[in-house]
Design a protein around this ligand. Structure first.
Ligand SMILES: *Cc1c(COP(=O)(O)O)cnc(C)c1O
Length: 428
């Protein structure tokens, strides 16, 4: 990008979580292939972020591109009210097949946050159908469920960007987040706060909403599967529906197709997004149990009241179908477990680094928690110069690379992290 273009960008375009007066530097990407992003100056950098957990098979994938081209020749879009189409039907069929038996009814939307709004609206209507005005949700602190209002209202109330809007948000219940990490011993005390709230307020709680196993934006923590098992028992006991937000973790990232499989339990509502189109188009789904769908449908209102304009977009559904076909070849399992092994080899030794508090690895997720907050501008410049794209936040340097990354490319990512840790000027 020439200077004029970059200045135009700075003056006129909002970027995620950014300022219009003091924007962080932006890099112009002109194309992408495999694990590489190509910058406007011709430099190629390895994407360690999979475009925020989504581009799991890498960029410009021939099978995904072919599916898009095939669909575009038929139609790019058609309204979903009163109309259906083969790509949506095929995708719903695949999703129902891939998910546990009780998850049976698919609602398509355009983004993860909206999939969460939909799940929350479903439970509001579910309780109304049962003659109860329940509206309070129970979740963990340090969660993240998106940037729209209901999603913000169940995201961490204190430490998140959302505290700015707190006075506008519905009030929900927040239990202490679990401390026992995925690989640690389970500590029964982890659920004391959750159990106390659910027991005291069981007749008011409309639903429990959680990110299973991985708390993402809230701190990149991996908690113990036993925690989910016990929560499922509590939810069943008090007849409170359970929503799982697998928008980040779905489609293999943690080593299981869905993170809740680590705990061998199933939710009543499942939200999927991000990797569902393997990083090509925006799409999300909210899949509910037959019981929830039927209860809503048997109510006086009788309908579920949501319907985005681009609902079930054929291009997005077509490419999601192709993504799932690739996943069903099961190469992802080998790819993710290879990445996990190498992340352990390359990153765990950093535990001894004086700048490091913790190193966490699960599936194709590698997290280095630093002593101090990262200076994003200077560290990003260093990473780009080193040929990698890594975007830390707060004191967390993490990577979620495309599953197709090879060991040489992955070691370039991990080496860059190690080198960055050695420079105290990259930390505030
Ligand atoms: C990204 C994310 C969302 C929000 O999805 P968008 O598509 O950005 O709206 C919700 N929950 C989790 C766990 C996420 O990682």
């Amino acid at each position: 990008m020439n200077q004029f273009d970059i200045n135009f960008d700075y003056q006129h375009i909002w970027h995620p979580y950014s300022s219009m007066i003091n924007p962080l530097p932006c890099y112009s990407v002109v194309s992408a292939k495999g694990v590489y992003l190509k910058l406007n100056n011709g430099k190629k950098i390895i994407d360690g972020m999979s475009s925020w957990w989504s581009a799991i098979h890498g960029y410009n994938h021939p099978i995904l591109n072919k599916a898009l081209k095939k669909q575009i020749k038929k139609m790019s879009h058609v309204m979903f009210g009163g109309i259906t189409h083969p790509s949506a039907t095929a995708l719903a069929r695949k999703l129902i097949y891939l998910t546990p038996k009780n998850l049976d009814c698919v609602f398509f939307s355009d983004s993860g946050s909206v999939a969460i709004e939909v799940a929350i609206k479903m439970l509001i209507q579910y309780w109304q159908a049962l003659g109860q005005k329940r509206k309070i949700f129970l979740t963990f602190r340090h969660g993240y469920h998106g940037d729209t209002f209901a999603a913000m209202s169940v995201s961490d109330p204190k430490n998140s960007i959302h505290k700015i809007y707190n006075h506008f948000l519905p009030k929900n219940f927040f239990a202490d987040s679990p401390i026992s990490s995925f690989h640690d011993k389970w500590n029964e005390n982890d659920l004391l706060s959750f159990q106390k709230i659910i027991k005291t307020h069981s007749s008011k709680i409309a639903g429990v909403i959680l990110e299973p196993i991985v708390q993402g934006v809230g701190g990149m923590k991996f908690y113990h599967p036993k925690c989910l098992k016990k929560i499922k028992i509590l939810c069943d006991y008090y007849s409170i529906p359970l929503i799982f937000d697998e928008i980040a973790t779905g489609f293999g990232r943690t080593g299981k197709l869905f993170a809740f499989e680590h705990a061998n339990i199933v939710p009543d509502i499942l939200c999927l997004g991000k990797a569902i189109t393997a990083g090509t188009l925006t799409l999300a789904v909210t899949i509910s149990s037959r019981n929830i769908a039927d209860t809503i449908s048997n109510s006086k209102v009788g309908c579920f009241m949501h319907g985005p304009t681009y609902m079930g977009n054929p291009l997005a559904c077509a490419v999601a179908n192709a993504n799932i076909k690739i996943l069903q070849k099961n190469e992802w399992k080998i790819q993710v477990s290879k990445i996990e092994k190498q992340l352990c080899q390359d990153l765990l030794p950093l535990l001894n680094h004086k700048n490091v508090v913790d190193v966490r690895i699960l599936g194709a997720i590698g997290v280095v928690e630093c002593m101090r907050i990262v200076n994003i501008e200077s560290i990003q410049k260093f990473f780009v110069k080193n040929g990698v794209w890594i975007r830390p936040f707060k004191q967390l340097i993490y990577i979620v690379p495309p599953y197709i990354i090879n060991s040489k490319e992955l070691s370039i990512l991990t080496k860059s992290i190690k080198e960055a840790l050695d420079n105290p000027l990259f930390f505030i």
